[in-house]
Write a protein that binds this ligand. Structure first.
Ligand SMILES: Cc1cc2nc3c(=O)[nH]c(=O)nc-3n(C[C@H](O)[C@H](O)[C@H](O)COP(=O)(O)OP(=O)(O)OC[C@H]3O[C@@H](n4cnc5c(N)ncnc54)[C@H](O)[C@@H]3O)c2cc1C
Length: 409
């Protein structure tokens, strides 16, 4: 029996179109830094240029409707596009952008036609990039406990407060935030969801230099930031989903963040690590050892299972199938398997793979970054504990009534 998965003639033609387009359009001079915090401003700008070119084609956020700047690609063509971009060492989008990955699906579900026309085309065309501003010094897992206020004053909301652990290197054009619009209101019914232009007076961004991360399926985020709001006037038309309805709006982007739409991540480090183990140095290779071979197979299977969970979620969401705990299940699995693969790599190849020694070949620094990222990745987008709580509630174990998954379209 042959289990090989082959492209249909239509898929094959699309794969060729993508390959040819990438060859012509990836700007020259792209360097692949292992750690996103090392990405220079020039390298970031080259990626933005690629983002704009992809955006023109509708391929930056390919599943978004064409009328808002996407390409309305079906699930299997999107996978081909992600696959081919991953082969070039890049990801979709090629830089951190919480706007396209999480805010755009949210605006599509909760925005008015005016919101969609205002916000979606610039995001999909790569003209703006966006951060997500949720966490505060006193509210992480307990997101509904945030304190940043947005008080209505005429034609604006006046925002005051602080967000932490947010964004990426090199700034953002917009941020979307959860804010308290009814300070005396009932928990969960006192919040709203605002798009905030980052050039408004009263916004201060302070990098958290000691916290540099990756994530985002290979597109990297770099340095995290604190954002301070001091009497920032945000026009009322930038409120999405209705006043005091922000918790419901948040269920959509949280679902996207947890992986409800799948995250077709870059697995270069897995392939490079396997090649490194096969390589002969001074006549010997790591795979000469049967125990190392067995563990390498386990490592590959581990990463493959996570990939298949992502593909399943991608298919479920893009074909409109019923969903429940799958987003959190994928997130939990991805976080735990990152740690497991890290430990396996160190057991198989020894601690020297953490160094940038010449003998580590193209792996130089990659494993060290992978291990560090696996640890910091336990927190963003809800911790492993919180993912377990969500799974339990959606299975009907944690609550009398089953919790529903956030709407994605
Ligand atoms: C690398 C990185 C990137 C990030 N990026 C962003 C971003 O772009 N935007 C943004 O808004 N935020 C971002 N965050 C913040 C992230 O969302 C929070 O760190 C996360 O929600 C956890 O909140 P906390 O750190 O305050 O931990 P806490 O909520 O204080 O949790 C501390 C510990 O208690 C456990 N715990 C808490 N509540 C429960 C419970 N009910 N049941 C069981 N265990 C519980 C947690 O699992 C954790 O182990 C980022 C964080 C990191 C580390």
């Amino acid at each position: 029996m042959d289990f090989a998965i082959e492209d249909s003639p239509e898929q094959e033609a699309f794969r060729k179109e993508v390959k040819d387009w990438l060859q012509e359009n990836i700007p020259p001079g792209i360097e692949h830094s292992v750690d996103p915090k090392d990405m220079t401003y020039e390298q970031y700008q080259i990626r933005r240029e690629l983002g704009r070119r992809l955006g023109k084609k509708g391929w930056l956020y390919p599943t978004m409707p064409t009328q808002y700047g996407g390409a309305d690609l079906p699930a299997e063509k999107t996978i081909i596009l992600y696959d081919e971009i991953a082969k070039t060492g890049l990801a979709l989008p090629p830089y951190y952008d919480a706007g396209g990955r999480m805010a755009a699906p949210t605006i599509l579900v909760w925005g008015t036609e005016e919101h969609k026309n205002r916000f979606l085309p610039p995001i999909c065309r790569g003209e703006v990039r966006t951060w997500q501003l949720l966490t505060e010094p006193g509210a992480g897992s307990d997101l509904a406990g945030i304190k940043t206020t947005a008080v209505r004053d005429g034609d604006a909301y006046v925002v005051n407060g602080q967000k932490v652990y947010v964004g990426s290197s090199h700034g953002a054009d917009y941020s979307w935030a959860i804010v308290v619009t009814d300070p005396k209101g009932q928990r969960h019914k006192n919040l709203s969801w605002l798009m905030i232009p980052m050039n408004l007076p009263g916004i201060t961004v302070v990098p958290m230099d000691l916290l540099a991360t990756g994530g985002e399926g290979g597109s990297g985020s770099g340095v995290k930031n604190s954002v301070f709001f001091d009497n920032v006037r945000v026009p009322v038309e930038y409120l999405v989903g209705g006043e005091n309805n922000g918790w419901k709006v948040a269920t959509t982007h949280l679902e996207a963040e947890h992986g409800g739409m799948g995250r077709l991540a870059d697995r270069r480090v897995i392939y490079e690590f396997i090649d490194y183990c096969k390589e002969r140095r001074d006549g010997a290779a790591i795979i000469d050892d049967p125990a190392a071979r067995a563990e390498l197979v386990d490592l590959y299977i581990e990463s493959e299972i996570t990939r298949l969970f992502a593909l399943r979620n991608h298919w479920l969401s893009h074909t409109g199938q019923p969903r429940s705990y799958e987003g959190s299940q994928y997130s939990l699995r991805r976080k735990l398997s990152g740690l497991d693969i890290s430990e396996k790599m160190l057991r198989i190849a020894g601690p020297q793979v953490l160094t940038k020694d010449e003998r580590c070949g193209p792996l130089k620094g990659m494993v060290e970054y992978f291990v560090r990222d696996a640890i910091t990745s336990l927190h963003p987008g809800a911790t492993t504990d919180i993912q377990r709580v969500i799974i339990a509630r959606r299975m009907g174990v944690g609550r009398a009534e089953r919790e529903q998954a956030g709407a994605l379209r």
